[in-house]
Design a protein around this ligand. Structure first.
Ligand code: SAH
Length: 369
């Protein structure tokens, strides 16, 4: 019977309010339950002590709070933690916690695999499998907060930032990602600042517009090349939404947003491919009218890749050129690479045997947002 029960982890405040209305309960129950689940990490209705006994019994009969199962935890020498979470059907996703001095960032997945086929990303090798449910997306944060100690218990917010930079393209799982983001921002759930919640996208233009109408979070753009010819190869969705369509859409997003006055431009450093001084000048020129800061990501290698990481010297020169042009440039320190937790190294390894042969990608023209 339990698979007929409603998983309350799938429901944001609006969904919970509707759920309680349907079972004849007042809307303030939604707030109470939201707090129990997300602030206190409670999944047992018996522990929700400000609900009447009768309501608890009713909830036990109709609902569950079910997060993804965590099948492994790896801790890097630098403190980064990677969790593999298994989903129904034997698939797996990964979430990564990156502790830093003044903040703790959780990197969350939005899909099992990815359809976009970026040539330098190991998740792409796996192909696209399916979208994650809301429970599976928010379940990554729910689990991490429980595991690291929630604020109610520790008095400290260990996860202060969330980046949708794990597996998948968040804007291609729009509704579920937005409903999960609602909970991240809701004061009765995680109450994260909208400036500290970032969606990273390869540039699904129509969804970017919908996003600005739906909610407000910080934006990162996986640019990786400053001209269409190269970007078509590195980030094939560029063939559908080329730079002259993408960049105005990003600018529009920023104009609507209070969370993001600048877009973070992600730029993977690939030796001899996109890392020369000419590329840096072209990038500076392209971004001239876009309020942006540049995040250089040294390429993280994975088995069978054709790419290599740019040398430190080349990255320094690239940085110098952009800095001289007035850009803020940060080189993303590679974190957790000893446990394959760095950008672009996430793959659902539990599913290793079927991973490669079931590779499924969608031709760019068929990708609809
Ligand atoms: N689909 C989203 C989230 C992807 S992962 C997006 O495209 O933005 C987050 C970042 O890691 C992206 O900028 C992605 O391009 C980058 N990345 C992917 N593979 C990488 C690799 N092997 N080395 C370094 N960065 C990589």
């Amino acid at each position: 019977m339990s698979n007929e029960k409603v998983n309350l982890l799938n429901l944001n405040r609006e969904g919970l309010t509707q759920f309680f209305a349907e079972i004849g309960e007042k809307s303030f129950r939604a707030t109470q339950v939201l707090k129990w689940i997300h602030q206190f990490g409670v999944d047992d209705f018996d522990e929700m002590t400000n609900l009447s006994k009768a309501l608890r019994t009713k909830l036990k009969e109709t609902a569950v709070v079910q997060g993804p199962d965590v099948v492994s935890e790896q801790i890097s020498e630098d403190g980064t933690i990677k969790w593999a979470l298994s989903l129904n059907g034997g698939q797996a996703i990964e979430a990564v916690f990156i502790p830093e001095n003044s903040r703790g960032t959780l990197c969350i997945s939005s899909q099992v695999g990815c359809a976009l086929d970026c040539s330098f990303c190991s998740t792409a090798q796996q192909g696209f499998n399916r979208n994650l449910s809301v429970a599976e997306i928010i379940g990554q944060l729910w689990f991490a907060v429980k595991k690291l100690g929630n604020q109610q218990m520790t008095g400290e917010r260990r996860v202060s930032n969330v980046v949708m930079m794990g597996m998948g393209e968040p804007l291609l799982n729009f509704d579920n990602v937005c409903n999960a983001l609602d909970m991240m921002l809701d004061d009765c759930a995680y109450g994260l600042s909208k400036r500290r919640v970032t969606i990273s996208t390869s540039g699904v233009v129509p969804a970017l517009k919908r996003l600005s109408e739906r909610l407000d979070v910080a934006l990162a753009l996986s640019l990786h090349a400053a001209d269409d010819d190269l970007r078509d190869i590195l980030v094939p969705i560029n063939k559908k939404y080329p730079l002259d369509v993408l960049l105005p859409a990003v600018k529009d997003y920023l104009e609507h947003s209070n969370a993001s006055s600048m877009v973070t431009i992600e730029y993977v450093m690939l030796k001899g491919v996109n890392d020369t001084p000419e590329h840096a000048f072209a990038l500076a020129k392209l971004l001239k009218d876009i309020p942006s800061k540049v995040n250089l990501i040294p390429f993280n290698p994975f088995p069978d890749t054709q790419y290599e990481t740019s040398t430190d010297k080349v990255i320094d020169e690239f940085t110098r050129i952009l800095t001289n042009k007035g850009y803020i440039v940060i080189t993303r320190r590679t974190r957790g690479d000893d446990i394959d937790a760095a950008c672009g190294q996430l793959v659902g390894k539990v599913n290793d045997k079927t991973k490669r042969k079931e590779r499924r990608t969608i031709p760019v023209q068929q990708i609809t947002a």
